[in-house]
Design a binder for this molecule. Structure first.
Ligand SMILES: Cc1ncc(COP(=O)(O)O)c(C=O)c1O
Length: 281
């Protein structure tokens, strides 16, 4: 267990960290969050995370001002106190505390929650692994571009995956793939790398954004277009991206093996390029 968390303006003991029972984050999921990977003490893709955090806050009209340097200081102090060099920073901002009513008052003071946890990442190398997945209906609301803690449909699907010994559930809407419960999904067919466009049907992943930059250095043709369940199953290679899983190959979807159940060459190459970009800052 980590020793410290940061709540509002203070470092507190993780074990005794508390928020109010009428916090709107607790009662209404009226709250946004980010999960930032930490690799060898480096905060991965921090700028993209903070940009998306600003976007989520703006879309929900939660007025919380922050600057990058302050957050960076808090993150590094927390990592130091918790002795973490590989793991994640979890950051959540709720609209604040108010008597329970759907309508919110304008001048609430947002609640800030930050903590860190150890985590081992799936990095290319001798222990690099591919995962099994299932498909599941996408039951979510229509603003998936906002990173809110309103995650029940994701939780239902992820636990269905767990029941089937799968790592992730790939979500389907009208026969098309949107994304995973906590990841973006990519397929490779010939020289095409296909992923869902970043509109309100998916979360614009930070890892996705970073990978888009890397793809420009390859001869792959990027296609940001939604693809069908059939295309998914017939892909040469499939992988997922997220801050917690980096680039993770998908070897099986429901009962169908992808690339004969082996990690594909292109996925491996992209995973290596992404990891190198992380270690080089
Ligand atoms: C629904 C969803 N899509 C995609 C992602 C991947 O985003 P990122 O690469 O920013 O972690 C996540 C991450 O948690 C997610 O929850």
């Amino acid at each position: 267990m980590p020793s410290h968390a940061y709540i509002n303006n203070k470092f507190v003991s993780f074990k005794n960290a508390k928020i109010h029972i009428e916090d709107r984050g607790l009662q209404f999921a009226d709250s946004v969050y980010e999960v930032i990977a930490v690799l060898n003490g480096n905060l991965i893709d921090l700028d993209f995370h903070l940009k998306r955090l600003r976007y989520s806050l703006k879309e929900l009209k939660i007025s919380y001002k922050f600057n990058k340097l302050d957050f960076k200081n808090i993150f590094h102090k927390l990592l130091g106190k918790n002795r973490i060099s590989n793991g994640i920073i979890y950051l959540q901002i709720t609209r604040g505390v108010q008597y329970r009513e759907h309508k919110y008052k304008n001048k609430l003071i947002p609640t800030l929650i930050i903590y860190s946890r150890n985590k081992k990442f799936n990095l290319p190398g001798k222990n690099f692994k591919g995962v099994n997945t299932i498909t599941f209906e996408d039951l979510r609301w229509k603003r998936r571009d906002i990173k809110t803690v309103n995650l029940l449909p994701n939780i239902i699907a992820a636990n269905k995956a767990k029941q089937k010994n799968a790592y992730e559930a790939i979500l389907l809407q009208d026969g098309k793939v949107t994304e995973g419960t906590s990841s973006n999904i990519w397929i490779i067919k010939k020289n095409n790398l296909i992923t869902h466009p970043a509109n309100s049907d998916i979360l614009k992943g930070v890892t996705r954004t970073s990978l888009l930059k890397i793809i420009k250095k390859t001869s792959l043709k990027l296609v940001e277009k939604s693809f069908t369940h059939k295309q998914l199953l017939e892909a040469d290679e499939v992988f997922l991206t997220s801050s917690g899983s980096f680039i993770t190959p998908i070897l099986k979807i429901d009962k169908k093996k992808i690339n004969k159940g082996k990690i594909g060459n292109i996925t491996l190459k992209l995973a290596k390029m992404y990891t190198t970009s992380c270690t080089n800052g």
